[in-house]
Ligand binder design. Structure first.
Ligand SMILES: NC(=O)c1ccc[n+]([C@@H]2O[C@H](COP(=O)([O-])OP(=O)(O)OC[C@H]3O[C@@H](n4cnc5c(N)ncnc54)[C@H](OP(=O)(O)O)[C@@H]3O)[C@@H](O)[C@H]2O)c1
Length: 301
């Protein structure tokens, strides 16, 4: 089967060429997620450099991957600007993003580099919305949510929404079955609040503590209870589909969300743990006529 843009534009007019061939910087490259991204970039032969705040860790990884590196802290705009000079794409894997997204997004807009990250924290997405106009004027894209969970849920939602006539509401749920990485645990613990949000007629509103709904993830457990939680998909689903009523839920088994986030915690999950515990998503979309469609999918985050 031919890839659409190759047949439509020919190999040398690939509309994504300026992004795929651009020099890219991966920040937070020494973390669990950043290292995987850097290793994949190397395998794919991309033109990239790595960056981070800890010189000994970054230089060691750079020499293993044989790529250039930059050392800078997010509190040093001059050092960020100097590293970003000549880059077109910046991938931020340094979470929690409450500490890194704002200075790095602003630096990307200033230096006309596309900004991507793996955040699952709502505030990062709200910040991207706030900076949207400035980014457009600079000709760059702010794209949080390149991590597995947001990408997977977003794809499933887009699929189900496309099958419903006049979709008016989306309920999206994630099942987390296995251990999460240290950075994910820290970020999740930081994001816990006494209340959850949902989107009602386009607005983010608080909902009652303890709200829940049942979903079948197609994983053999049948219908299970999922707690209403604030996921960043409240922003992405509304933006990508135009649906104004969105609720997000999580079901966690094996006690995975009460994980230890101490620095002594070993790296992980391992490849075997990821294979054994794929993420599952379940999405329910209701149309104007009251007809509801529910689909599930799974992926290794
Ligand atoms: N949505 C998803 O599906 C998904 C999937 C995977 C990960 N994530 C998110 O990605 C983030 C990273 O997770 P992880 O497990 O890879 O974390 P990790 O292993 O703890 O690595 C974090 C990396 O970020 C750097 N870092 C942390 N705070 C920083 C700061 N204030 N300034 C500069 N650098 C900083 C660390 O540098 P040092 O080593 O110098 O401390 C390290 O390189 C988390 O927020 C997680 O939620 C999301």
């Amino acid at each position: 089967m031919s890839i659409p843009w190759f047949s439509r534009y020919g190999r040398h007019q690939d509309p994504y060429a300026s992004i795929t061939m651009a020099r890219c910087i991966i920040y937070g490259a020494t973390g669990y997620t950043g290292r995987m991204a850097a290793e994949q970039a190397k395998l794919k032969g991309l033109d990239f450099e790595i960056a981070g705040r800890s010189k000994h860790k970054v230089s060691e990884l750079a020499s293993a991957l044989e790529v250039p590196y930059h050392i800078f802290d997010t509190g040093d705009p001059d050092a960020i600007d100097s590293a970003l000079k000549g880059s077109r794409v910046f991938l931020n894997c340094a979470g929690p993003f409450s500490r890194t997204a704002e200075p790095l997004m602003r630096a990307c807009v200033r230096n006309r580099a596309h900004y991507l990250d793996t955040s699952a924290e709502l505030d990062t997405y709200l910040l991207a919305e706030e900076l949207d106009q400035e980014a457009k004027e600079a000709g760059v894209m702010l794209l949080p949510g390149c991590g597995g969970s947001v990408a997977m849920l977003g794809c499933l939602v887009a699929y189900v929404v496309s099958r419903v006539v006049d979709p008016v509401s989306v309920d999206a749920a994630l099942h987390v079955a296995g251990p999460v990485s240290r950075g994910s645990a820290t970020s999740a613990l930081e994001s816990v609040t006494g209340h959850a949000l949902q989107r009602v007629r386009g607005q983010l509103v608080r909902i009652e503590t303890g709200s829940a709904s049942r979903f079948d993830f197609g994983d053999g457990r049948g219908s299970v209870e999922c707690a209403a939680v604030t996921l960043p998909d409240l922003v992405t689903i509304c933006k990508s589909t135009g649906v104004q009523d969105v609720k997000t839920f999580v079901n966690a088994s094996n006690n995975v969300l009460s994980t230890d986030d101490s620095p002594s915690r070993p790296d992980g999950p391992s490849i075997q743990e990821r294979e054994a515990n794929p993420y599952h998503a379940s999405v329910r979309v209701t149309g104007k006529e009251g007809i509801t469609l529910e689909y599930d999918a799974f992926g290794k985050g």
